[in-house]
Design a protein around this ligand. Structure first.
Ligand code: 9WN
Length: 441
């Protein structure tokens, strides 16, 4: 990016323009063609970006996601709008078979990582800074929506960790938000997709090169798991008994710890002290779960295949979960060094020194393929934001500067080739534009 005011203004204007173009009024689509619906964790990042343009529009974004909350507390990973063309759509998810799906709105039947309270807190900060009607609206929104966010966290802490391990169990890699990351290769190698209703993918038609997306073999397994959840009528216990993919996700666990800590602060600020204590307990349990998953050898946190009990040591960005939730000073210090070192951001061939999704030194690294190597601006932002919260302004500053240089191409790509800096996946991706706006604020 040009290091001047004009360049900054141009980036801010272009980012705001992406969000305006992707705005359907009540929700912002994750991307114009590839993802024409509302996604759960995208919504949180998008609302953070929107809060710099309009506090009330940011609130609408979060509220419309909450109207799709399932009755036991789950926030679904997709809320479908009417646009055709995304597969799997509501007809494959068939959530009407579930006993707790919401009425009057069509959703998928799984969840995504809980980053929503980060957005609620950010909206509130912005609104308090602006004062007046914005402040009143954001405080009212917090009061009205708090029970929804609390129910979401409680659902994750019980339904997705019934034994109190401190790690969130997922039943599909879509729930991790990092769909084809090599994190999931070993558990997927044990998913044997059998006879199934035929389907046609649409995603590969919306990218320049289909090889930037997951493979057909991966998609068969993705849809196989969807069909298995439908057969279990989305009953969590039945799913645990029957599904071919059960993994403890260390990155989602760190986000649950971090977000619960924030939700505790929000609840305490609203005078809800018992709820605040509950959230602090959840934060402590999942923080410990994440720290216990750190490999002393690699220094990275590991996911765990719950069907075999095996830890999953692949060197992906998911391993830096402790940098999000903290919990052990020595672990965090070692991870910070690792992140900036030659296997990650300090790799000499990187165009921009931001975290690749898989270490370029790992045998599983693929520089152009989705979560197998490319850099995702939203993930860079997340690490920057968590660093700042921890008081590590130096790390945040470095990630911010490099990320802004990457985003200076004004493509707002979903992900970037780490060596060439080429934009990959979708363009005009909403959450990429949103994090640009937040970096600039
Ligand atoms: C499946 C919307 C979503 C992100 C995910 C990203 C990708 C969907 C897909 O797009 O996943 O949920 O169809 O590939 O992996 O993190 O939320 O941007």
């Amino acid at each position: 990016m040009e290091d001047d005011t004009a360049g900054t203004a141009r980036l801010g204007d272009a980012a705001a323009d992406v969000l305006r173009r992707n705005d359907l009024g009540h929700l912002t689509v994750a991307a114009p063609e590839l993802y024409p619906h509302q996604w759960s964790w995208d919504t949180a990042f998008i609302a953070i970006g929107l809060s710099h343009l309009s506090v009330s529009r940011a609130i609408t974004e979060m509220s419309s996601l909450l109207t799709a909350q399932w009755r036991r507390g789950m926030i679904p990973h997709i809320v479908f709008d009417t646009a055709p063309g995304y597969f799997p759509g509501p007809e494959r998810w068939r959530t009407a078979v579930a006993s707790d799906a919401p009425a009057g709105v069509q959703t998928s039947g799984i969840c995504q990582p809980p980053v929503h309270s980060v957005a609620v807190a950010r909206i509130l900060d912005q609104a308090r800074r602006r004062g007046g009607a914005d402040r009143r609206a954001a405080e009212e929104f917090l009061t009205e929506s708090l029970d929804g966010w609390l129910a979401w966290h409680r659902w994750l802490a019980t339904s997705r960790d019934p034994e109190g391990s401190g790690l969130v169990e997922i039943h599909h890699s879509w729930e991790s938000g990092m769909d084809n990351s090599p994190r999931w290769d070993a558990p997927y190698s044990r998913v044997d997709a059998g006879e199934m209703e035929p389907f046609t993918r649409n995603d590969t038609t919306h990218v320049t090169d289909a090889a930037e997306r997951p493979t057909d073999a991966e998609y068969r397994r993705y849809i196989w798991l969807v069909d298995q959840m439908v057969a279990a009528r989305y009953d969590e216990e039945a799913i645990r008994r029957t599904i071919d993919f059960r993994v403890a996700d260390v990155f989602a666990s760190a986000l649950l710890a971090l977000s619960s800590e924030i939700l505790a602060e929000l609840a305490a600020g609203a005078g809800r002290h018992r709820d605040a204590r509950d959230m602090e307990e959840i934060a402590a349990r999942f923080r410990s779960g994440v720290i216990a998953a750190v490999s002393p050898r690699s220094g990275l946190a590991q996911d765990r295949d719950l069907r075999t009990g095996a830890w999953l040591p692949t060197a992906t960005i998911g391993g830096f979960a402790p940098l999000l939730c903290g919990g052990d000073v020595a672990v965090v210090r070692r991870q910070r060094e690792l992140l900036l070192g030659p296997e990650w951001c300090g790799h000499p061939d990187l165009r921009h020194a931001v975290p690749p999704s898989t270490s370029p030194t790992s045998p599983e690294f693929r520089p152009r393929q989705y979560w197998r190597g490319p850099q995702w601006p939203v993930i860079t932002w997340l690490f920057g934001w968590a660093a700042r919260r921890r008081g590590d302004e130096a790390l945040e500053g470095q990630l911010r500067e490099e990320s802004l240089r990457q985003l200076g191409d004004l493509r707002f790509a979903e992900y970037y080739e780490p060596f060439t800096g080429e934009a990959l996946g979708s363009r005009s991706q909403s959450w990429t534009a949103a994090v640009a706006l937040d970096w600039l604020a």
